[in-house]
Design a protein around this ligand. Structure first.
Ligand code: P6P
Length: 327
């Protein structure tokens, strides 16, 4: 289709949507627009690099490790650079928490927002062309603007998020976000270089028949996890596990399902990180009518104690997460 018909045949552009809805944002309206625009811009650059990764030498591992000891892929480091640059230019962000950096990055003492980000989650899938994603949370700083960043700005619980979202670099690239007034999904049209509203007011089915868990570690699961998985199998549920959190989460949000990364012998508190993976997806899940817990407690109520803290993660259709938590 020529470009004008593409633009006419799909929803409102992201920029226009943000402007039309910025009165919902509890702080100065222009600030959120700027933040989301900076994130969207960086994602377009990352999307281009992810799409050509097979052609130029940016596949594979860097030979270095991130804060959690995970092998850093070249694209992990590239994505972290792109998002850090984009977020520092806008001036709105005082500190950035990233999976790729040991401590938080001090960006601008005058900034009003703190961003927690996993620049490229699922990066081990890059070399085999499986969907990967970016996950981000946006917090308002607690300390006065213009002063040095404090612990209270950094370790905020999930209920303090003012916005959260993810970008899924898949068969098409999507940006999905919430500011606490529902969830909306935008699909990227590369020929126009724009995101367009494609999934307005996303709602997660209350129940579902898809469970996403890596059963390779089932021998070390707690009895409650084993019991729930047995229940799923006895009731004919489908197992779907991509090994890329954003992709599994997105499918389960559209179709109904549950993703579980429980405590295992290898990861005593689970593998996923509270600050830049679980809180963001928990916010989106709850805004879409779903639920996110650590098996017992609401994820967004957990008070973080360390930057890269891991938590067991149960997220998806409300009835499924409740059932898993009561097994
Ligand atoms: P495992 C990717 O490394 C990730 O953080 C998530 O995207 C994914 O769901 C999970 O870890 C996969 O972990 O142990 O099943 O390979």
């Amino acid at each position: 289709m020529e470009q004008s018909r593409i633009a006419h045949s799909i929803g409102i552009a992201l920029d226009r949507f943000i402007k039309n809805n910025q009165e919902q944002f509890q702080y100065a309206s222009g600030e959120l627009s700027q933040l989301l625009r900076d994130i969207a811009l960086a994602s377009k650059v990352v999307n281009r690099e992810v799409n050509k990764a097979g052609l130029i030498d940016i596949m594979g591992a860097m030979g270095s490790q991130n804060s959690g000891g995970d092998s850093q892929q070249k694209l992990d480091v590239l994505a972290n650079i792109r998002f850090t640059r984009a977020l520092s230019k806008g001036g709105e962000v005082c500190a950035l928490i990233s999976e790729e950096t040991e401590s938080y990055v001090d960006l601008n003492n005058d900034g009003k927002y703190v961003i927690a980000i996993d620049p490229l989650d699922g990066s081990s899938n890059i070399d085999v062309n499986v969907s990967i994603g970016t996950i981000f949370s946006i917090y308002r700083r607690k300390s006065p603007e213009g002063t040095p960043i404090q612990q209270q700005d950094i370790l905020q619980k999930g209920t303090e998020q003012v916005a959260a979202g993810y970008i899924l670099y898949g068969s098409s690239t999507m940006l999905v976000y919430t500011t606490g007034h529902g969830v909306n999904g935008f699909t990227y049209e590369p020929s126009l270089g724009e995101y367009f509203l494609s999934h307005p007011d996303l709602k997660m089915p209350d129940d579902g028949k898809i469970f996403s868990v890596n059963e390779g570690q089932a021998l070390s699961f707690a009895p409650s996890v084993t019991s729930y998985l047995t229940y799923c199998k006895q009731n004919g549920y489908t197992a779907r596990y991509i090994g890329s959190l954003v992709a599994d989460f997105h499918r389960n949000m559209l179709k109904g399902g549950i993703y579980i990364y429980p405590a295992t012998a290898k990861d005593k508190n689970g593998k996923l990180r509270l600050m830049y993976e679980c809180n963001a997806l928990a916010f989106i899940a709850e805004q879409a009518g779903g639920l996110a817990t650590d098996g017992k407690n609401r994820i967004m109520d957990i008070v973080p104690t360390t930057l890269h803290q891991r938590v067991p993660f149960y997220v998806g259709s409300k009835k499924m997460v409740e059932k898993a938590g009561s097994s």
